[in-house]
Design a protein around this ligand. Structure first.
Ligand code: PLP
Length: 398
C-alpha cells in the first residue's frame, strides 16, 4: 500500500454504498438514546412514517438492523411455507443470489433465464403463470434495479401481466438499489413486498434494511409456515404502532434515516429521480463517445443509479479499476459473477451533482488512457454537452 497521504476527497463511485452527505453524518453522530425510553418514540415513528412516503405506500413498513440480504430473507420467510414455489427472473447477479437464498432456505425457485442485458420480461412471467393452472407459484420475485447490470425492470408491467392471468401469487420486488433513485410506487403498482436497504439512494451507511408490505402479504404471513424469529413481521406490528421495536433498533442510523427522508423531500422525489435519469443519460453519452458499450441493451430500461460498461475484448476491467483507483483515487464498481472482469460499473446515485459526475467521468477517461484500454477520447466532453443541452426540469418539492 502507498503510505503517502492522498490529498482531496476520495470518489466513492460504486453503485452503493454511496457517499454519505455531511448532514446525515452529523445526524448519526448524535448520542445514542434509550430505545425503550420516552424520547425514542418520535424517532421510531418518524422513521416508519417517513419510509412510507419513500415507498409511496399507506400500508406497512418494517425496518431491520441488517443489510439488504436480511430483508430479502424476511420477505421470503414471512410469506412462504417450506417447499413453496417462487417464480424468479434472472436479471443479473442479485436476482441469482436471491434465487440461491430461496433454495437454501427450502423453497422451490423456478428461475426464468435472462441475458443480464435488460430488466425482467413481463411476457415471460405471464406465460409462466398461465401454465401454472394449479397455482403452485406463491410469489413472483423481481429485482427492480439490477445493480450488477444497470437495468431497470418494468414493475408496473409485471403487475399488469400478473393481473391479466388472474393468478393469486404475491409480487415481491427487490428495490435495494432502486428506491429513492428511480421511480418506485408500492401502492400504485400493486407490489406486495418490497425489499430495500439504507446504503444506496437513501444516502446512509449500510446497516438498515426495509420491507414494505401490503395488507394482503401481512395477512398471508399469519398462515405462512417458514421458520422465522428475528425477521417476524408479526412481532414488529405491536411495538411499531407506538414507534418502538421488538429488539434493539439501529438507533443512530435511524437518526440518519430521518435526516435522509427530509433531504429527499426538500429536493422532491421527482427531482431526485430526474437528476439520476439525466446523469445516467450523460454517462451513456460519454460511454458511446469512448466507443465502448453499455451492458444494458434494452432502450428505456437503462438505470439512473449506475451504468455498467463493457470492456473491449481482451482487456481486464479489474486491472482498469485498480489503475484508476491508484492514480485518481476513485472507486468504480466491479463486474460480478458472470460478468466478472468484463464490465466496470459507474455509480451515479445518492447525493450527487453535475460537477461530481464530470469529475467521475474524467477519472474514468483518464483511467482508460492510463490503463492502455483502447478508446476514443471525448467522452467527458460528450457528457458535458449532454448536461448543457438537457437542463434538469424541476418540479415543486413536496
Ligand atoms: N439486491 C440488490 C439489487 C443489491 O444491489 C444488493 C447489494 O448491493 C443486494 C440485493 C444485497 O444487499 P446487501 O449487500 O445490503 O445485503
Amino acid at each position: 500500500t502507498d503510505p503517502m497521504r492522498k490529498a482531496g476527497r476520495h470518489f466513492l463511485q460504486i453503485p452503493g454504498p454511496s457517499a454519505v452527505p455531511d448532514r446525515i453524518l452529523r445526524a448519526i453522530s448524535m448520542q445514542t438514546i434509550d430505545h425503550r425510553g420516552p424520547d425514542f418514540a418520535d424517532v421510531g415513528q418518524k422513521a416508519l412514517k417517513g419510509m412510507k412516503t419513500i415507498f409511496r405506500t399507506d400500508q406497512n413498513v418494517f425496518i431491520f438492523p441488517s443489510s439488504g440480504t436480511g430483508a430479502w430473507e424476511a420477505a421470503l420467510v414471512n410469506t412462504m411455507s417450506p417447499g413453496d414455489t417462487v417464480l424468479m427472473y434472472e436479471t443479473g447477479h442479485f436476482a441469482t443470489l436471491w434465487q440461491k437464498m430461496a433454495k437454501k432456505i427450502g423453497l422451490n425457485p423456478v428461475f426464468i433465464e435472462g441475458d443480464w442485458r435488460g430488466g425482467a420480461d413481463p411476457q415471460a412471467i405471464e406465460d409462466a403463470l398461465r401454465k401454472d393452472t394449479d397455482h403452485e407459484i406463491k410469489a413472483v420475485c423481481v429485482v427492480h434495479n439490477e445493480t450488477s447490470t444497470g437495468s431497470v425492470s418494468p414493475i408496473a408491467e409485471v403487475r399488469a401481466a400478473m393481473d391479466a392471468t388472474g393468478h393469486p401469487a404475491l409480487l415481491m420486488v427487490d428495490s435495494i438499489s432502486g428506491l429513492a433513485s428511480v421511480p418506485f410506487e408500492f401502492d400504485a403498482w400493486g407490489v406486495d413486498v418490497c425489499v430495500s436497504g439504507s446504503q444506496k439512494g437513501l444516502m446512509l451507511p449500510p446497516g438498515l434494511s426495509f420491507n414494505a408490505v401490503s395488507d394482503k402479504a401481512l395477512e398471508v404471513a399469519k398462515s405462512a409456515k417458514m421458520q422465522r424469529s428475528y425477521w417476524d413481521w408479526l412481532d414488529m406490528v405491536g411495538p411499531n404502532a407506538t414507534g418502538y421495536f421488538p429488539y434493539t433498533p439501529g438507533t443512530n442510523l435511524l437518526y440518519g434515516l430521518n435526516e435522509a427522508v427530509d433531504m429527499l423531500h426538500e429536493e422532491g422525489l421527482e427531482n431526485v429521480f430526474e437528476r439520476h435519469r439525466r446523469h445516467g443519460a450523460a454517462t451513456r453519452a460519454a460511454v458511446r463517445a469512448w466507443g465502448l458499450e453499455v451492458l444494458c441493451a434494452r432502450q428505456g430500461q437503462e438505470s439512473g443509479v449506475l451504468t455498467a460498461v463493457m470492456m473491449p475484448e481482451g482487456h481486464s476491467a479489474d486491472a482498469f479499476r485498480a489503475t484508476t483507483l491508484a492514480h485518481y483515487d476513485i472507486s468504480l464498481g466491479n463486474g460480478l459473477s458472470k460478468v466478472a472482469d468484463k464490465v466496470f460499473r459507474i455509480g451515479h446515485l445518492g447525493d450527487f451533482n453535475d460537477l461530481m459526475l464530470m469529475a467521475t467521468l474524467s477519472g474514468v477517461e483518464m483511467g482508460l488512457a492510463k490503463a492502455g484500454v483502447p478508446h476514443e477520447s471525448g467522452g467527458v466532453q460528450a457528457a458535458m454537452d449532454h448536461l448543457k443541452t438537457h437542463e434538469a426540469v424541476k418540479v415543486a418539492a413536496e
